[in-house]
Unconditional design. Sequence first.
Length: 198
Amino acid sequence: MTMMRQRKIALIALQETKLTEKDKEIIEKENPGLALESNPNNSKAGTAFAINKDIVKWEKQEGRPWKHVTIEKGRISKIKLEWNDYKMTIINIYMPNTKTDKIETIKKLRNYLESDQQDNNLLLVGDFNFITDEQDQSPPHADDPGLTNEWNKLEIDNDLVDGWRSSHMNDRQFTYAQANSLGRIDRMYAVRNMLKDC
C-alpha cells in the first residue's frame, strides 16, 4: 500500500495471487486505504485487483465506484470503474500453462467479450504465459501457431493493441526468466482509440 500511496497508483492488477478470503480480510484490515477484489481458486492461480481508496474515492451512501466480476475462476476477472466522470473496464488474466488450456481460456474470453457490452476504454492485462512475437523471447522463436492465431483473433475482434510493443517496435525487454530462456509474457492490451490519447 505504501508504494501505491507514494506513487499515486489508483489500481494494480495482480496474478498468481493464491489469496484466501482470510488473507484478503487480514490485508484490508492492516491497510485501511486498500480495497481488494479477489478471484481465488483454492490456493492455486488467482487474480486480484488492489484499489487505492485514497484515489478512487466514493461516498459511502453511493456504494463503490467499481464492479468486480469473475469470468473464469482463478484465471480471469474484470473490474469496471466509474468515478470522476471516467469509465474503464480492466480484464485481469492469469493464463494456464498448457497449450490446450491456454487456447480454451482464450476462446472463453473471446466468447465473453462478444456477449458482454464493453466500454470504449478496455484494457486486458496479465500474465499470459505465452508470447505473440518472436522478438519477445530469447533466444528468439515463435510460440505455437494455433495459440497465437487464437489470440490474434481476439485482438482483431476487439481492436486491441499491445501497448508496450506499439511504442517499442524494435526493443527487447523481458518480464520472465527461466534457465536459458527469457520471455515478455506479462503484457497490457488497450483498445486502439485509448492509445491515441496517451
